[in-house]
Design a protein around this ligand. Sequence first.
Ligand code: AHR
Length: 318
Amino acid sequence: MSKRTVVLLLLVVLVLASVFVSATGAEKKKIVVGFAQVGAESAWRMANTESIISEAKKRGVELIFVDCQQLQTNQIKALRSFIERKVDVIGFSPIVTTGWEEVLREAKQANIPVILTDRGVDCADDSLWVTLIGSDFVEEGRRAARWLAEKMNGKANIVELQGTIGSAPTIDRKKGFEEVIANYPEMKIIMSKTGDFTRSKGKEVMEEFLKAEGDRIDVLFSHNDDMAIGAIQAIEAYGLRPGVDIIIVSVDAIRAAFEAMIEGKLNCTVECNPLLGRQFFDAVEAIMAGEPLPKRIIVEEGVFPQEVARDVLPTRRY
Ligand code: AHR
């Protein structure tokens, strides 16, 4: 057999093999997902990131992950880069609620479906995203206030550490909390300021609250546990006992909050579940299979007062 015939035969074998592989479906196209994460501002966020990355690995999905460092400009840039790379699906947790129309329209024009995770957008045209998977933040605010009203017998001077201004959890938690305390004329928010969901800012702003209002403060409502943990340090440095002299209720239910409750320094945490990886990639796969999805997928969550902390801590996954 001549060299030429051998090469030709090899080529025929290769072509036949590739036809067979395609026909049997063995050569499955890898799904490519672009995910623009808020940042790494809290323990909640780290758990959320880990959940997304590990689930992508588990399913063999190619994930292009961008940490947007709490800047909307970075997030918009990341979304545009995903559109340019023609990913199959875009996922993102919007840092703030407004300013998304233009880039979401660009994704729609490029026929790239968008899934919102954790946080929603304030945008009239809801055809710009497929679904929003995440918590009911308004209900979280209500849960915190209901627990507090009972604990304080409807009477308290409250300081509030808000999350990132303009973000869905900040807007909604505040709304839910205020809606419930409106039923208690002797429960008042005497100071309210953003701590941007970080421990360091939480500490800094709590120092300001203490300097201005000191012993008048009965309660701290913190939009997340990380800020509450920062505030605990400020309260101790000021010479008061967190969890005793100042009652603290916060949101997320991270492990560190349970540890603080066991030490008696935090009184209650309202759960906000960051482990969204499984539901996110279920949605990605449903989209790829052409299956319909509900516009809103809400995550089930609970409330954990100090009394249950010791029993619950061993079961916490974040
Ligand atoms: O969007 C969810 C919020 O973002 C969490 O409550 C907070 O900890 C995080 O930074």
